[in-house]
Design a protein around this ligand. Sequence first.
Ligand SMILES: [Zn+2]
Length: 438
Amino acid sequence: MKVGKRYALTDVSVIDGNGGKPVNNQAVIINDGYIEKVCPADELNDDPIEKISLPGKYVMPGLIDSHVHTLGITDLKYWGQIEYSAALTYSYSQALRMLKYGFTSVRDISENGVYLKRAFNMPGVTGPRIVACGRGLNRTGGHADVTLYNELDFEEKNNMVAYRADGADECRKAVRRILRTGADQIKFWATGGGNNFIDRYTDIHYSEEEIRAICEEAKLIEGTKVLVHCENPELSKICIEAGVDSIEHCTGYAPFLCDLMKEKDVYLVPTMRLLTKWVEDVVTGDFEAFLNETIPKFFQRDFLIPSAVSKEEQDQAEVEEVKAAFRHAVENGIKIGLGSDTCFEKLMPYGWYGVLEMESMQECGMSPEQVICSATKINSEILGLENALGTVEEGKLADLLVINQDPTEDVRVFQNDDIIEYIFMGGELVVDHGRMIL
Ligand SMILES: [Zn+2]
């Protein structure tokens, strides 16, 4: 299918991204990459415009994933141990796979993302739109520090995802270095997250002074949003007061934050699949063996302390707590964006993990319409691109999916292989029945 500069997708049902049901018998007029108008199909009866009639199909905004890491590794065990250039090259295919699943835009945390963004902005290079955070900031021994290897054996340039920064001054410097690479937003890890023995999610990694320094420094450059990995609601409060724009991971949310988040216009990116199915998806077989090998028992500080509850019971209790926090956020009008946290290929396939995140959000208490709104309109706001993306409305870029089933009944339809017929970016056809047009 070749399309002209001005054409109409017609006889379609439109899901506009605002959270409602499809509207039938519509036409979407696209002109020079942008949506010129959305109107009833019969308004075009006498119009000589080029028409692509797609009866029975749905047109919706391209999906957005607001939390990914295109790390360019297939398996976590290669993290920090692959040459930078090889990781960067492989990250290109990770980005394309996300596009193939319908994610026309992503917010990426990795230095690779900065370069992918540049490449995809060149004429003739196809890939999802990237809002780049570059590397994030973590403290020495933090969540994204590669502690699997001795410091002497490890070159920090091979860690595509983070800089080490300790103390307010280093934090300021790191923010400047990250912005210098071309990053749009700044990410930092305020708490641990379970990658090493001093990285439990209960561990606080940055002080209030450091958090304030990061936010202040980022905000000196107008329009720079700040996102924080925070799994401790008390610390989330400090982050919000310091000026962060989104809290990543639902473990950082608690009902007492609700009013403050609404007042300060702070978003939540809950990463529900990761938090509720981590054990099932990732901590299986060889990965567990790998962790035990790399984090010897004597480094696991609590291993001598007998516990009344089993590890399984404890995991289950934590999952229930996260689900309750999510339900509270949904029911009380917190603005929630879809983020998958995809970071390596083997157990979190690019694109597919975002599709699974939709299912988890639905399972944990959102309606399908709310999930779609999270993955489109709300995420366009999180990316700071709400004037260009996120809805099927006049004036927006024509980043559109044409699909053959109604996801407002059940978002799991995105798991069907052949649901996406066409993907348009800026009015150009980039995926035709699963085939990329490069
Ligand atoms: Zn992440």
